[in-house]
Ligand binder design. Structure first.
Ligand code: ADP
Ligand code: F6P
Length: 322
């Protein structure tokens, strides 16, 4: 294999640039030419394809976002558009593809393989950590650290006023950003879509926290449960003995300089992806991490794995909130 392309797709995540850099730099060690595709599958469809070299990725390892930019492209769900996109790849002689994105991007990549036999490797780039085949996804560690910084700031001011604050975090239907932020940030309450919550129990916990003399109450709410405004309303219907404030962290979780962990993870994934393609891969596979080892598996198998939920960590979060 002498020519490959790389793209970023779906929600961006810190570390994507480190992964792009690893793909480009490792490919040059195998004498493989790399083409960048701008704006994900939308760019593939429009032919926004250009050659990259080691200088193309200079001064990027520390940057959030993605130098290739990203997009969501509903047209890609239709084979006729994938056909046009594939023909654009052929025009550049591209023989393999690296896709950095989440489960939706992997589905698009797998469709390209199924339709046209294009060898592909997926790198799990999403802050949500919602891919069951890998312990972590790229950007998750950085996103949780961003949430922790916000939790610290919020706790300072809530303590000053003896208030409660609901901090809404991202994750789509996955509660991992909330759970990890809750455990690491010392939240009193963590609400996730994987576990139905009882509003009366939430109110009771807040009440006991006040009785125990807590100066502030931090509630971390995964967006897949409900909005922070909705939860505030539900709590306010049940009690008025503490002022409640809300913070929706939103897109600050998606940016920022990637953590060491995400930069190293990105480098390992990029190196593995290139190694697979350089070995003349004839499949669609994804790379990930299990027990700190870089693994790869068929995309179909990875996408078919049931979503994971760390019950033990969720239990610990509850036990620590004393
Ligand atoms: P993420 O990769 O972060 O989960 P999305 O779910 O938006 O983000 O998927 C990114 C893009 O992948 C979509 O905009 C679309 O272009 C493509 N895609 C998603 N699902 C499919 C599918 N089933 N078939 C083909 N392409 C898909
Ligand atoms: O999938 C990553 C993510 O940040 C989710 O956590 C969030 O719900 C979604 O993307 C937001 O999507 P968009 O960037 O299209 O508004």
């Amino acid at each position: 294999m002498k020519k490959i392309a790389v793209l970023t797709s779906g929600g961006d995540a810190p570390g994507m640039n480190a992964a792009i850099r690893a793909v480009v730099r490792c490919a040059s060690s195998y004498d493989i030419d790399v083409f960048g595709i701008e704006c994900g599958y939308e760019g593939m469809l429009e032919g926004n394809i250009f050659p990259m070299d080691n200088r193309s990725v200079s001064d990027t390892v520390q940057k959030g976002g993605t130098i290739l930019r990203t997009a969501r492209c509903p047209l890609f769900l239709e084979k006729e558009y994938r056909q046009k996109a594939y023909e654009n790849l052929l025009a550049f002689g591209i023989e393999g593809l690296v896709v950095i994105g989440g489960d939706g991007s992997f589905k698009g990549m797998n469709s390209l393989y199924q339709d046209f036999g294009l060898p592909c490797v997926g790198i799990p780039g999403t802050i949500d950590n919602d891919l069951a085949y890998t312990d972590f996804t790229l950007g998750f560690d950085t996103a949780v650290n961003t949430v922790l910084s916000a939790v610290n700031n919020v706790r300072d001011t809530m303590t000053a006023h003896n208030r409660a604050c609901i901090i809404e975090v991202m994750g789509r239907k996955c509660g991992d950003i909330a759970i990890y932020s809750g455990v690491a940030g010392g939240a009193e309450i963590v609400l996730v879509p994987e576990v139905p919550y009882d509003i009366d129990k939430v109110v009771q916990t807040i009440k006991y926290d006040r009785i125990k003399g807590k100066q502030s109450v931090i509630i971390i709410l995964a967006e897949g449960v409900c909005s922070c405004a909705e939860l505030k309303e539900k709590i306010a219907e049940k009690m008025d003995f503490i002022q409640i404030r809300t913070v929706k962290l939103g897109y600050i979780q998606r940016g920022g300089t990637p953590s060491m962990a995400d930069r190293v993870f990105a480098a390992r994934c990029g190196a593995k992806a290139v190694e697979l393609l350089a070995s003349n891969l004839k499949e669609s596979r994804v790379v990930g991490i299990k027990n700190n080892k870089i693994i790869d598996m068929a995309t179909e198998k990875a996408l078919a794995m049931p979503s994971k939920f760390d019950k033990e960590l969720y239990r610990i979060a509850s036990m620590l909130a004393k």
